[in-house]
Design a binder for this molecule. Structure first.
Ligand SMILES: Cc1cc2nc3c(=O)[nH]c(=O)nc-3n(C[C@H](O)[C@H](O)[C@H](O)COP(=O)(O)OP(=O)(O)OC[C@H]3O[C@@H](n4cnc5c(N)ncnc54)[C@H](O)[C@@H]3O)c2cc1C
Length: 201
């Protein structure tokens, strides 16, 4: 399967990116675009998080519930976004026209890849080694990493979002980072015209 954009990681940044891309479904510049997300959630930092300090979330919201609800929201509102479940990405390779993305079960191709797999130093996706550096905004003893990028862009067609993009670990910042990358991709598809997606009453 060949995607126009494939998001890797079903945590805060990845799901936020997918929701914003999905919400552009009626824009003419997204017609025919094939979008997917590898919704791996086992190692999300949301799994053990409890939220009291996020605007719009009821106090004591569980991160684990956000993970389940996020996938359900994406499936209900934007079913055209392909959710790839129960797969873990093992390699990303740049090819002439696109990227190949290998999981433990399949190989996919995509023109654009968004990496949103979190900032732990256990990241084991081959092909990304030469972008990995110590995280610029965490305590050194935490041993966190980022993928070196400029405004989320690593190189043409390859984006990083969330904590792995260099942001500190706060839920709203990770969601904002994923949304930011989504609007960059939409802007690209809209021939460089700055783009955002709003619903109105
Ligand atoms: C205990 C705890 C409490 C917290 N409390 C708060 C709080 O009170 N307030 C607050 O604002 N923030 C809090 N946070 C921080 C918040 O959870 C993180 O900032 C946020 O989850 C980071 O989002 P992310 O998308 O960068 O990473 P994650 O949410 O960790 O998502 C990364 C995703 O990538 C997936 N993945 C990893 N490897 C692969 C692979 N090879 N292939 C495919 N997918 C992969 C993972 O399974 C995961 O779903 C807390 C975190 C923890 C751990």
């Amino acid at each position: 399967m060949t995607f126009d954009a494939l998001i890797i990681g079903g945590g805060a940044a990845g799901l936020s990116c997918a929701l914003v891309l999905g919400s552009a479904q009626n824009k003419p510049f997204t017609v025919g675009k094939c979008i997917g997300i590898v919704t791996h959630q086992k190692t999300s930092h949301l799994q053990t998080a409890l939220f009291n300090n996020v605007l719009g979330l009821k106090p004591e919201t569980l991160g684990a519930d956000i993970l389940d609800d996020g996938k359900a929201q994406l499936a209900a509102l934007y079913p055209h976004i392909h959710q790839i479940d129960k797969e873990k990405v093992t390699a990303i390779e740049k090819q002439a026209e696109n990227y190949s993305i290998t999981t433990n079960k399949n190989t996919y191709h995509s023109k654009i890849v968004v990496i949103a797999v979190g900032y732990t130093n256990l990241m084991t996706i081959t092909g990304l080694e030469h972008y990995i550096e110590p995280h610029p905004r965490t305590a050194i003893e935490k041993d966190r990493i980022w993928l070196k990028n400029e405004d989320h862009l690593i190189e043409k067609g390859l984006y990083v979002a969330g904590t792995l993009a260099g942001w500190r670990s706060q839920f709203a910042m990770a969601c904002g980072s994923g949304s930011h990358v989504a609007t960059d991709i939409l802007t690209l598809w809209n021939n460089g015209k700055h783009t955002k997606i709003h619903d109105k009453i």
